[in-house]
Each structure stands twice: as structure tokens, then as C-alpha cells.
Design a protein around this ligand. Sequence first.
Ligand code: MG
Length: 261
Amino acid sequence: MAITLRSQREIELMRRAGAVVADVLSKLKEIAKPGITTAHLDSVALQMAAEAGAVALFKGVRAPFSQIAFPGAICASMNDEVVHGIPSDNARLCDGDILSVDFGVRLDGYCADAAITIAIGDISQERRRLMDVTKRVLDTAIEKSAPSVRWSQVAAEMQRCAEEAGFSVVRDFVGHGIGREMHEEPRVPNFVSNELLAHDVVLAEGMVLAVEPMINEGSCGVRTLKNGWTVVTKDGKSSAHFEHTVAIVKDGCRVLTVKGR
Ligand code: MG
């Protein structure tokens, strides 16, 4: 497994791409209100990326087991939708919904990828807790990541954080290395498995990872809808998703998908 280590110059370029992603997600959070459609959010993201000179990464991606090109610039996944929700004129936000938005760009040859879950109007206490815990799972990963740390140690902490709260970690989707391509080595799971222990990754300065816990309110089972993309929870309960692109640096880990260019 070849993991590319990135130079400081490359990490700086990825930070610039990350700033575009952070700006877009921040704008979408601001305008995502009851009555707005996810197609509208998609058009805003596409326009902002173009104005920044960046290319939206998800548009046109082919699903692994089908030939359906993803039509959106963002993934917009509501409530029981886990990931890969397709933006639509028919998907109108309602008070009480939670909306996960995943977005990535390539700028000057380098990629960045991030996701947030947004509360629409007043949400239930349980949905609020799910969002807070999912954010905390990502923050835990950022705190623990540093050179010489094994990823399984980080993943164990992420899993513990989710499960102690009574939630479950989605097993079918994991984070990934990122660089010139959106998906590079290694796989970055949010849970510990025999597979991870057999192929553990020792973090090293210059690794850049997209860390993206997907946490379910109920059980971890998911299924894909007939559109070939949208992944939903099997039990119909809610799911939340937060993601940052992070670089392993000398003394820890640096988040690249933050505002400020
Ligand atoms: Mg990702």
C-alpha cells in the first residue's frame, strides 16, 4: 500500500482548496432554512466553486457498481439518508430536518473534501445529540492524530465516543487518503476491524487524510436506494456526518478545510 507523503508546499495548496470547501459549507449552513431545496444549495456550491477557480469533485463521479454519474456538486443527505444524497428540486428542507452536506473541490491540482450536518430550524433533542456526538467523534480523531500513532488507536477512540453515547458507526463507508485525487490510499475507517488491524497505518508527517465519521442513531446497517447513490439507514433512524481534510504535521494534525485564504 503506497501512501503519498505531501510536502509543505503541497499541503499549503491543499489548504487553499480546503478554504474554498470551508467557505462553501459555511455559506450553505447560513442559507439552509425551511423551504429551501437541496437543488438550490447545489447551485450555490457550484457557482461559488467556479468563482474561486475550483472544480467541484463529485459531479459526474461514477458509482462503483453502476454507471450512474453523480449529478450534483454536493451530496445532500437528509435525516435517515447517510451519504450520497442527490440534490433535488423535490427535496425541500423542513423545520426539524437534519441535512448532511458533503463537498469537495480540486484547486490548482490539489483536492480537499469536507462535510457538515446542519440543523434546519428547531430539531429534536435526539437529533441534536446525534449531531453533537458525530462532531465530537471527528474532533477526537483530530486530537489523537500525530506522527507514530497507529490509525487503529485513533479509530478505537472514535468508535468508543460514538458507542458510549448509544450510537453506532457506519461500517460500509470509510474515509480516505486525499491529494491530487479525491480518493487515495489509505482507507481511513472510523471503527476497528480485523482488516484494519491486519493493515494498520502508522501515521507519518506529510500524510493527508479525509476523516469522515458517519454515525447512526440506531443500528449501523445501511442500504442503497434504486437511484444507485443515496445510502439510507436500514432502520429508518437518523444519521449524521462530519468530515475534515487533515494533514499530519510534526507535532500533531492540522485541519486544512478551514476558512481563511
Ligand atoms: Mg470524503
